[in-house]
Design a protein around this ligand. Structure first.
Ligand code: HGY
Ligand code: MN
Ligand code: MN
Length: 416
């Protein structure tokens, strides 16, 4: 699909519509890590990367990597891209937009025969959402050398381990450790992503510069009580695991309401083998805790654990919490933020800076190299929903801005 530089936005939007068809469901977008939908999307972006003049490969973590060589050998590499996995019943722009915009930007350089003082690699990560396995950021963690061996034992809802799924997909669990990049050769990581919040829409701006990515903790909380007959056990003698969990969930909400700069979400709760006429003996719920401040997040988690223990003691149940993810907040690099700022000013726009409450692959890559993100306005700030939407005009601004920033970027301004 060829497009002229005047219709970069139109080409990106058409490709995102095509990419959205790579899904596990016929009338919803669900694309989990290491599934046939992920494979189909990887093949689609591979073709577009090749059209844009890149040499393409898929690494041991199943990240699709398109490389566009520098003007001279030995130059550092700037990483672009985002993720192509999605949540369930997702919108088509979260993650995918950043990959397709990056490919379009390199395509514009390629069509103009331009080479830069750095190489570019466009990365299509497959595990940013962390929906299939309790661990996440597998592709970006691998590049940052942050993969722990126990990650590979993480199991999905069907009991399939990450190692088994990776092998079946054609990846290489034993090869993850070898993916770690050399910081000295990595100029930085620049990701274009929808804002997933209302700030740019409120400011009536098409794009904004991210200052930092909030840190996040994810846990599974298990509450164990005592099963009983719903008709015969008096209320005062019950050890109801679900009622206890419900009180614990409300304590999560109360903690976040009372704590500035903290958000907390219980997105899943389950009563395994539950029945309408049985007092629940076991309940599990998830917790997603976020803050731009790691100290705030960790203090809140400590208070929640103490509150849960009090609830459990009073109700005669037990509670345990298993952490599956704990990513510190990541600050964006001044040199890259300034480059985005200058590009936005060259476009005649106001360069607004804002934090990211959502997590991104930059959380993992911040340990490897300077990171930065360009946010694109999305309608109503909606995301993780099929109602997610962006305008072609804003996508065109973001793509043209990325090309302009790449053309003006000097390596010494990023890594002085
Ligand atoms: O959960 C997040 O913040 C990201 O969308 N994975
Ligand atoms: Mn995302
Ligand atoms: Mn997401």
């Amino acid at each position: 699909m060829q497009h002229t530089d005047t219709s970069l936005g139109a080409g990106v939007m058409a490709r995102l519509d095509a990419l959205a068809r790579a899904s596990a469901e016929p009338d919803a977008l669900t694309r989990l890590y290491l599934t046939p939908a992920h494979d189909a999307a990887g093949r689609q972006v591979t073709g577009w990367m090749e059209e844009a003049g890149m040499a393409v490969r898929r690494d041991a973590a199943a990240t699709v990597i398109g490389r566009y060589e520098a003007a001279f050998p030995g130059a550092p590499t700037l990483l672009l891209g985002s993720h192509i996995d999605t949540v369930r019943d997702a919108g088509r722009y979260d993650g995918n937009l950043g990959v397709v915009v990056a490919i379009a930007a390199v395509g514009a350089l390629h069509r103009a025969g331009e080479r830069l003082p750095f190489a570019i690699e466009v990365l299509a990560f497959g595990d940013e959402e962390g929906v299939r396995f309790p661990v996440t950021l597998t592709g970006s963690r691998a590049l940052a050398g942050l993969i722990r061996p126990d990650f590979l034992e993480a199991r999905d809802a069907d009991g399939v381990s990450l190692a088994q799924a990776l092998t079946a997909f054609g990846g290489d669990p034993a090869g993850l450790a070898g993916l770690a990049r050399d910081p000295a050769e990595t100029l930085g990581y620049l990701e274009v992503h929808i804002e997933q919040g209302p700030v740019l829409e409120d400011a009536d701006l098409p794009v904004g510069i991210v200052t930092a990515i909030a840190g996040a903790s994810r846990l599974v909380v298990t509450v164990e009580g005592r099963a009983g007959h719903a008709g015969t056990v008096p209320m005062r003698l019950r050890r109801d695991a679900l009622a206890a969990a419900a009180e614990m969930v409300l304590a999560v909400e109360a903690e976040a309401d009372a704590t500035p700069d903290l958000v907390a979400t219980v997105g899943q709760i389950e009563v395994p083998r539950g029945a309408v006429n049985v007092i629940p003996a076991l309940t599990r719920f998830s917790l997603d805790l976020r803050s731009p401040s790691d100290a705030v997040r960790h203090a809140a988690l400590a208070r929640l654990r103490a509150t849960w223990d009090d609830i459990a003691a009073r109700r005669g149940v037990t509670v345990s919490a298993q952490g599956s993810y704990d990513e510190p907040a990541a600050a964006c690099a001044p040199g890259l933020m300034d480059a985005l700022d200058a590009g936005i000013v060259r476009l005649g726009l106001a360069p607004l800076r804002l934090p990211s409450g959502a997590g991104h692959d930059g959380l993992a890559l911040a340990g490897l190299c300077p990171i930065a993100m360009l946010f694109v306005r999305c309608a109503g700030g909606l995301s993780h929903s099929p109602a997610e939407s962006v305008t072609e005009a804003d996508v065109d601004v973001a793509t043209r801005l990325l090309v302009d920033v790449l053309r003006h970027l000097r390596p010494e301004s990023v890594r002085p």
